[in-house]
Design a protein around this ligand. Structure first.
Ligand code: NAD
Ligand code: DAU
Length: 348
């Protein structure tokens, strides 16, 4: 089976690519990634020479390129992760999110059905989405697969639109598809614009920790390899045309999480307890900030026997260790040296 994984040089995508390449030698994994600021081939150095792995640099916004690629490799399945993924960037530049997340997804869907519309037997288009499509929760309640869409940020709206496009292709063209909506991921290789890696980087460098608003916003955190395992289960055993919610069963307010992170870093860096907390600063809130996300993961637990394997304390500790041991990775992505390198390697 030829499987296209898009966005495989990014944070979650690189863990998914590694998992599939190592576990399924009978599949050929094609990793299509534009290597935007968030894409980094250093995430995949351990599998770069695997015989069942091919990296393709390319942009899902480029229609002729996408069509030629699908005709050339005749992908049996697509696992689609490529996206603009950072909420703050969607507030400063919403159109970039429409172009990649909506139009880019539509380009992949068009190329996929062009190839298989006469016989979809054994084919599938699996779209990786987010819990942010459901909007924001109050103090109680959980997002289920039946929760109405109510996206609040341009990022969430663009992901909601891409989910709708995928379902519409299932309904209109009979295209086999699956969608999963996952909560906040954390772990190694996450670009340091997101809360956890940004704060690890800042603590290491003695930079202030900008906590948005009152810090009482709540997220449901899942270790990234547990997300990769869920994707494997849904890909192989999930039902056609179904949605699966994936979550960590692990809610933290931002400020409690930041206290735990500060404590772990003080211990690991050999600093007196309380040192890193002194860097905390409450700053202007994110515009339209969603108050709380929390997932009801009972469907995937019951149907596919999936549940998080990594506890938060353990996962956070492993994450901090990874960033401390991979300071050159962090330095390269924050200094821009990595992007300079890839411009030289691949051109603009
Ligand atoms: P990321 O920003 O780390 O990686 C995105 C990848 O997509 C990068 O490698 C980037 O180069 C690539 N990409 C971007 N635009 C592209 C384009 N036009 N053509 C080809 N490649 C392109 O993102 P992530 O956090 O790993 O998220 C991956 C997917 O999972 C996204 O679809 C996101 O919406 C979804 N998701 C993320 C989380 C999370 O907590 N990070 C949670 C739930 C769902
Ligand atoms: O819920 C899934 C989503 O989780 C994914 O779809 C997104 O791709 C991913 O980026 C993430 O979105 P969030 O906005 O929840 O993640 P972020 O790490 O940006 O922020 C987490 C929380 O921390 C949020 O309440 C905002 C807050 N925050 C974030 C940053 C970057 C701060 O207080 N200060 C910061 O500097």
């Amino acid at each position: 089976m030829n499987i296209l994984i898009t966005g495989g040089a990014g944070f979650i995508g690189s863990h998914v690519v590694r998992h599939f390449v190592n576990k399924y030698s009978n599949y050929h994994i094609y990793n299509l990634d534009a290597l935007t600021y968030a894409g980094n081939l250093e995430n995949l150095t351990d599998i770069v020479n695997a015989p069942n792995y091919t990296f393709i640099k390319g942009d899902i916004k480029d229609i002729p390129f996408v069509n030629v690629l699908f005709e050339k490799y005749r992908f049996d399945a697509v696992i689609h992760l490529a996206a603009e993924s950072h909420v703050d960037r969607s507030i400063t530049n919403p159109n970039a999110f429409i172009e990649t997340n909506v139009l880019g997804t539509s380009n992949l869907l068009n190329a996929f059905i062009k190839l298989w519309k006469d016989n979809f037997e054994g084919k599938q288009f699996y779209h990786i989405s987010t819990d942010e499509v459901y909007g924001s929760l109050g103090k109680t309640g959980l997002f289920t697969e039946e929760t109405s869409y109510d996206p609040q940020s341009p990022y969430a709206a663009s992901k909601a639109a891409s989910d709708h496009m995928v379902r519409s292709f299932g309904n209109t063209f009979g295209m086999p598809y699956k969608i999963s909506n996952c909560s906040n991921n954390y772990g190694p290789n996450q670009f340091p614009e997101k809360l956890i890696p940004l704060f690890i980087h800042n603590i290491q460098n003695g930079i202030e920790l900008p906590v948005y608003g009152d810090g009482q916003y709540t997220r449901d955190w899942l270790y990234v390899t547990d997300h990769a395992l869920a994707i494997d289960k849904i890909f192989h055993k999930g039902k056609n045309a179904e949605t699966y919610n994936i979550g960590g069963l692990n809610e933290w307010t931002n400020i409690d999480l930041i206290h735990l992170l500060c404590k772990q870093l003080d211990e690991k860096l050999g600093k007196p307890e309380g040192t890193s907390e002194k860097l905390i600063r409450f700053v202007k809130d994110r515009a339209g900030h969603d108050k709380r996300y929390a997932i009801d993961a009972s469907k995937i637990q019951a149907e596919l026997n999936w549940g998080p394997q990594v506890t938060f304390e353990e996962g956070l500790s492993k994450t901090v260790d990874w960033y401390l041991q991979n300071s050159s990775w962090l330095k390269n992505v924050t200094s821009g040296a990595y992007q300079e390198y890839y411009k030289k390697m691949y051109g603009e």
